[in-house]
Design a protein around this ligand. Structure first.
Ligand SMILES: [Zn+2]
Length: 244
């Protein structure tokens, strides 16, 4: 681990102790693996199960949608990797509601779930499918027309496969701007998920929620993140991810 990461982890730990927050928040991952790994962003099923046990032991409830200011955690997975489908037994056994943000053009590509698997996941009462754009571009660099196309196409494809209306999106690489928010809202994405850490009810814009990436968090770091230890990173993440 590099020195910068060591300092970051120590600060997350210290701020976790200081805040010791019970506020509801969203956390996210990219994939789960037991044997085969489909992305270097994947979390081992062992670590994932440890995280779930920490959430429950800390007295948080895992919910599909946060409705209370305190005590709730929502979990999402980005991109639609295959490992999630292959390890669905873990999700079913632990009975955890999960949202998957799917990149619609990746469906059926190597390492990603197919349309049929997506449909199967959608039929699982624990799983909610939402959008992660059509081709995973940096949305802040697109013209208004291209941006609309990216967001509409993904919604249309997923609406059709799932037979329900898709109304949430998460931004590729967490990158967004005011224009992205305006167009996403116009198209019908009621909730938009960033990767800026923070409490659920401390929105960036009224439609834009915060999420913490926890895919490689050790047990100690994960405990601190649940208590809000990573919120101090918001300043840097905002600089990196949000353009006016
Ligand atoms: Zn992504």
């Amino acid at each position: 681990m590099g020195i910068a990461n060591k300092i970051k982890n120590s600060l997350i730990y210290i701020f976790g102790m200081i805040y010791n927050s019970r506020n509801s928040k969203c956390i996210f991952y990219h994939d789960i693996h037991s044997d085969s790994c489909f992305t270097n962003m994947s979390t081992s099923s062992d670590l994932f199960e440890k995280h779930i046990s920490i959430i429950r032991k800390s007295g948080f409830e895992i919910v599909s949608e946060i409705t209370k200011e305190k005590g709730q955690i929502s979990i999402s997975f980005d991109d639609g990797f295959k490992g999630f489908y292959e390890n669905i037994e873990v999700i079913n056994r632990l009975k955890i509601p999960i949202t998957i943000f799917v990149v619609s053009s990746y469906l059926g590509e190597e390492n990603f779930i197919t349309k049929a698997q997506l449909k199967e996941l959608h039929n699982n009462p624990l799983i909610t499918i939402q959008s992660h754009t059509h081709t995973h571009p940096d949305l802040t660099l697109l013209s208004s027309e291209k941006l609309e196309e990216e967001l509409r196409k993904s919604k249309q494809i997923l609406d059709e496969i799932c037979g329900v209306e898709i109304n949430s999106i998460c931004f590729p690489k967490g990158l967004f701007s005011k224009k992205v928010v305006e167009i996403a809202t116009k198209i019908g994405y009621i909730s938009q998920y960033s990767t800026l850490p923070g409490n659920y009810y401390n929105e960036v814009f009224p439609t834009v929620k915060r999420r913490s990436l926890v895919q490689f968090s050790s047990e100690k770091e994960f405990c601190s993140i649940l208590k809000g230890g990573d919120h101090f990173l918001n300043y840097w993440y905002t600089k990196k991810h949000f353009s006016r």
